[in-house]
Design a protein around this ligand. Structure first.
Ligand SMILES: Cc1ncc(COP(=O)(O)O)c(C=O)c1O
Length: 466
């Protein structure tokens, strides 16, 4: 049986490095989502370095990379403006006994770029920020429960969220019981949840949008006061978000938008800037640092001040970390914000994503797998599904597809673009996808992808058993 040129494609040095990683680091990576279990067997490249939209593995192969840095490197690797800003700070010291002036400048620029927020506090990880938002919500409402959006995959490494996943080992049931869930886009179900736990839910936390856009909501009429005109020529399809804003207000709970991904792929001012619905608190990370560690909790002054010194209420321990204000990370964040605004990066991400989505859809249709390789999501944040003969999501077909892409120099666990990609890079990706689709078609015709897997299928990151 013809299994195409993937048989020739081997990664002996990466394989060895993966062994060493597993021998020393639980999971063989510092983020589960980077694990070799999510790649075809023995085809999980270990990276040597990256530049722009390309990365090189330790075997010397070069790949076009998608979803760089778990979506954090949205400008591409070693972006000149970011690197220059970081370099400038490196020689001036990273961390002092008192705040540095860089903290003033970074906060001013952040708040000017995300004008719906009144105060901001920086940290290193997205999870720090979401967990701080939850604590603040609990403190200001005096309520114990947290309502998370059930359809969104990840909010934090901390117990209030991880307790709800299949990897809840080590988390007391008493903690997990305080987290309840609501479905995205369904205001009636959310209202029912808020009523069932009347006076107990401190906050609603969700990504304002994912591959699903906020539906126009027929169920609740938005309060005009809660809806501000969209910025950046945004599309006000956010009936649902306005409805959620109204629900949160009516039930006295804090509305938190987790903008870790939507900031700044939806707009330079976040999804809140695009949809014109203002949350009480919002959290940013990922793209903010273009690979440097910086995250942010932003929001209404009245709430954020509870972590400060200018009030006479109980103080909230709000994001106080040794490395929170590392100067070169804040310099990176400032360079990112400036680059996004000055160079229209969100629009570029959209244009690249649209070209890619159209090309992949055409290629898949042309090879007769248009119903099996399905591209979804906002153009700036594309994901793909791999469906089997019965149009069911299939890890086996994902394995086949990833294997073909890798062998032809495309490292793409998603189709999330960076602005470093060129139109020619996108077109090359589409050619590689077309070749992969031809193999996919053969496997579908054989009704068995096994000969093309090269070993065990890829596995989902979140699962109970190893
Ligand atoms: C929506 C969302 N929120 C929060 C986080 C947590 O961010 P971090 O991994 O920086 O702690 C992630 C990370 O993937 C995320 O995608």
């Amino acid at each position: 049986m013809d299994t195409e040129d993937t048989e020739e494609f081997l990664l002996p040095r990466s394989q060895l490095a993966n062994e060493r990683l597993h021998a020393m680091i639980p999971g063989g990576a510092h983020t589960y989502a980077k694990g070799d279990d999510q790649y075809p067997e023995n085809l999980a490249p270990v990276i040597s370095h990256g530049r722009g939209a390309h990365v090189w593995d330790v075997d010397g192969n070069r790949y076009l990379e998608y979803g760089s840095g778990l979506r954090s490197v949205s400008l591409g690797h070693a972006h000149p403006r970011v690197i220059e800003a970081v370099r400038r700070e490196l020689d001036r010291g990273s961390n002092f006994v008192r705040p540095s002036i860089v903290e003033v400048e970074a906060a001013e620029l952040f708040l000017a770029t995300v004008p719906t927020a009144e105060m901001v506090k920086f940290a290193k990880n997205g999870s720090d920020a979401t967990t701080a938002a939850v604590r603040l919500a609990r403190a200001v409402t005096g309520r114990p429960r947290v309502a998370i959006c059930a359809d969104h995959p990840f909010f934090s490494v901390d117990d209030w969220f991880i307790g709800t996943t299949p990897m809840s080992a080590g988390i007391p049931a008493a903690t997990t019981e305080l987290t309840v869930a609501f479905p995205y886009g369904d205001l009636a179900a959310t209202e029912e949840l808020l009523t069932r736990h009347q006076g107990q839910i401190a906050c609603l936390i969700l990504e304002p949008a994912t591959h699903a856009e906020p539906p126009p909501s027929p169920q609740l009429l938005p309060q005009p006061s809660a809806v501000k005109p969209p910025q950046n020529g945004g599309d006000l399809t956010a009936g649902y978000l306005a409805g959620l804003r109204e629900l949160a207000d009516r039930h006295g709970c804090v509305l938190i938008f987790d903008e870790m991904i939507t900031g700044f792929r939806w707009s330079e001012a976040g999804a809140q800037g695009l949809y014109g619905v203002v949350p009480d608190l919002s959290t940013f990370g990922k793209a903010l640092g273009n690979g440097f560690a910086v995250s942010a909790l932003a929001g209404r002054r009245e709430l954020m001040e509870r972590g400060g010194l200018r009030h006479s209420r109980d103080r909230v321990f709000l994001l106080s970390t040794t490395h929170g204000a590392e100067t070169h990370s804040l310099a990176a964040a400032m360079a990112v914000l400036t680059t996004y605004v000055e160079e229209g990066i969100t629009a570029r991400l959209h244009a690249l994503g649209e070209r890619l989505a159209a090309g992949v859809r055409d290629a898949a249709a042309g090879m007769g797998v248009g119903d099996h390789i399905v591209v979804r999501g906002r153009a700036s944040n594309l994901v793909f599904a791999t469906l089997d003969e019965n149009r069911q999501p299939s890890q086996q077909y994902r394995t086949l597809f990833l294997r073909q892409l890798l062998a032809n120099g495309v490292l793409a666990p998603s189709f999330v673009v960076s602005s470093a990609l060129s139109d020619a890079d996108i077109d090359r990706t589409i050619d590689v996808v077309a070749q992969a689709c031809a193999v996919y078609r053969k496997a579908l015709d054989a009704a068995d992808p096994t000969p093309w897997l090269g070993g065990r299928p890829v596995k989902p990151a979140f699962r109970r058993l190893a």
